[in-house]
Design a binder for this molecule. Sequence first.
Ligand SMILES: [Zn+2]
Length: 265
Amino acid sequence: MTSFPQRGRRAAISTPAPATPPRRRRILPRFDARQTFSVIAMAFTGGMIVATSVPALAVTATDVEQRASVYAPVEDTVSFTPQTVEVGSEAVESTLASEAYDVHEAPPPIVSQVASVGAVSLVETGAVVWPVQNPDRRSSGFGPRDAPCAGCSTNHDGVDFNPGDGTPVVSIADGVVVLATENGGGLGVNVEVQHNIGGQVVTSSYAHMQFGSLQVSEGQRISAGQQIGLVGTTGQSTGPHLHLEMFGSDGVRFDGFAWLAAHVG
Ligand SMILES: [Zn+2]
């Protein structure tokens, strides 16, 4: 049977008498302080690395006056195949950001009812481009005029661009094609595209294009600058030109040239 020595006795046996003078004992706290300082220094250095590796966008989030707004995907309200929601690459940063961020949902698409294609989901955009190159070459502006041909209107519903026969015609903005026909009556080969420009439904109509030049079909989602067709002279037209009409949800035509001049970025 083994008997364990009592604690005090064991300590007395195993621990030799203090070999270190009291002077050396006082060094220990100073050494600990240095360690503590170096830990703080390391933490500070680490903090600097983190701070410098945070994207500039995140830094602005601490500014309550100018908070970064990041769009996050929003549930589609209308099933539309294929359906995508454009999300800026900055949105990825929002998952890393702190509560200082305001994360906004993208504005919900406007759902427009169009007889030809049904419900159309229009994603908001602000990017607007000219429908043809050399937009300053125009033959007829918007509004009252002397009719240039027997069946031509005296009140011009659009603006006539003259970039030359066969010049590509492109969509002025992201949108959905709601009309694409080669039998547009006086408008000839005609395409209409609906857009959501800053929360407003705006329709652009491209007329007199060449037969066989259409690159889009009804219901198709297209992008700003995407080719629709080629400048032609189909329908009631006196020569190759693009007749562009623009109107809002009320259908009332407005001056597309003035509008584009104000919106093209
Ligand atoms: Zn015209």
